[in-house]
Design a protein around this ligand. Structure first.
Ligand code: SAM
Length: 320
C-alpha cells in the first residue's frame, strides 16, 4: 500500500511516520508513505498558497490551485487510482471499521488543510471524501492525517508481527480489550489476577473474553449495546436457518444466571417465571445479555411458563 500526504508541513509528518513501528514497516518494504509540500505546486510567484476568504471573515483559506496540482501529481505516481481523502472536522468520524476498509485500498492521498481550511471547489473537483478524527477542531490536518496513516499502516501485512497483534485489540470485533498486566506479579500491593499465572491457556482465554465483555459494558455501554444487537441478530438468523419458523416470528427474552443456564442445558430446568403463551419463542440469555438458547413455551404453571429447549448457540453446541 502507498499513502501520500499533501501538506504545508511535510517535515512534521515525516518525523512521525519514519519513527517506531510504522517507520520499521516502511524500511522493511511493507508500506510506502510520502509527504509532499503543497507549496511546491503553487503557480504564485511569491509562493503563496492562501488568500483572504470571499465574503469576509477572519483568517486565510488555502487556495484550490496548489492543492489540486499537488494531488494530481501524486495521483500520477500511483499505478491504480488512489482514494482521495480530505481530513476535515466536517467529515464522518474515523472508526476502526473505516480504518479496516481503507487498509484494503492500494493507495490513499490525504489532504491536510490549515488556517481556515481549503477552498470548497477543490474538494468538489477531486471528489474527495471528508474524514474527521473527532468533533473538535485542530489547527491543521497533519495530526489527523498521521493518525489515519498510523491506524491504516498497522493493519498492513508485515507491519505488526502477526494478525493476533491487532485482532485482539479494542474495536477489532466491536469490543474493548481485556486488562493487560506485565511484571512484576505484585506492584504496590496490587496482584496480577491469579488465572493469568496459571498456565491454563483455555481458562486464560475464557477470562480474557469475559473481561473484554465486562470492560466494554462498563466503559462504553454504547458499543456493548451495538455488539449485543449484532450478536442477537446473528443468533436469530442461525436459529431460523435451521428451524422451521415463520420469517416474522417474535421472540421474548429472559436473562438467567450461569447456574440456571447449565440446568436448562441439561434438561433439569424446564420452567421460568415469565408472561407468555404456548407456542411463543423465548431467547434465554446470560446475565450479560448474550443469547444462549431458544426455548418454546409449552404451557403455564401459575406465574411460570413451561418450555422445551429447541436451539443452542454455536458456542454452547461446541462446548457439549
Ligand atoms: N474552518 C474549518 C471549519 O470550521 O470546519 C476548520 C479549519 S481547521 C482550523 C484547519 C484544518 O485542520 C482543516 O482544514 C482540517 O484539515 C484540519 N482539521 C481540524 N480539525 C480536524 C478534525 N477534527 N478532523 C480532521 N481534520 C481536522
Amino acid at each position: 500500500m502507498r499513502i501520500d500526504i499533501a501538506t504545508l508541513f511535510p517535515e512534521m509528518c515525516e518525523k512521525v511516520f519514519n519513527e517506531s513501528i510504522v517507520g520499521r514497516g516502511i524500511r522493511n518494504g511493507y508500506i510506502e508513505i510520502y509527504a509532499h509540500n503543497i507549496r511546491d505546486y503553487t503557480l504564485n510567484k511569491h509562493k503563496n498558497v492562501d488568500d483572504k476568504p470571499f465574503g469576509g471573515g477572519t483568517g486565510m483559506v488555502m487556495q484550490a490551485q496548489p492543492i489540486y496540482d499537488c494531488v494530481k501529481a501524486i495521483m500520477s505516481m500511483h499505478k491504480t487510482p488512489p482514494r482521495v481523502i480530505y481530513l476535515s472536522p466536517q467529515g464522518k468520524t474515523l472508526t476502526q471499521e473505516k480504518v479496516r476498509e481503507l487498509a484494503k485500498e492500494s493507495g490513499l492521498v490525504l489532504i491536510c488543510g490549515h488556517y481556515e481550511g481549503i477552498d470548497e471547489r477543490v474538494i468538489e473537483e477531486l471528489g474527495a471524501e471528508e474524514i474527521s478524527i473527532g468533533d473538535y477542531v485542530l489547527t491543521g490536518g497533519e495530526l489527523p492525517a498521521l493518525i489515519l496513516t498510523d491506524a491504516v499502516a498497522r493493519l498492513q501485512e508485515g507491519v505488526l508481527p502477526n494478525e493476533d497483534a491487532y485482532s485482539i485489540e479494542s474495536h477489532y470485533d466491536g469490543l474493548l480489550e481485556y486488562p493487560q498486566y506485565s511484571r512484576p506479579e505484585i506492584w504496590k500491593e496490587r496482584k496480577v489476577p491469579e488465572i493469568l499465572l496459571s498456565g491454563d491457556h483455555r481458562q486464560v482465554v475464557e477470562w480474557q473474553r469475559k473481561k473484554s465483555l465486562e470492560v466494554t459494558r462498563k466503559k462504553r455501554p454504547d458499543l456493548y449495546e451495538a455488539y449485543i444487537k449484532r450478536l442477537t441478530e446473528c443468533f436469530i438468523g442461525e436459529f431460523k436457518a435451521g428451524y422451521d419458523v415463520t420469517e416474522n416470528a417474535k421472540f421474548k427474552f429472559c436473562a438467567l444466571s450461569d447456574e440456571d443456564l447449565k440446568l436448562v442445558k441439561r434438561g433439569k430446568k424446564r420452567e421460568i417465571e415469565l408472561d407468555g403463551k404456548e407456542g411463543e419463542y423465548v431467547i434465554l440469555t446470560d446475565d450479560t445479555d448474550i443469547p444462549k438458547f431458544v426455548v418454546i413455551i409449552t404451557g403455564k404453571n401459575g406465574q411460570n411458563v413451561k418450555f422445551r429447549l429447541i436451539y443452542k448457540s454455536k458456542k454452547e453446541e461446541n462446548n457439549d
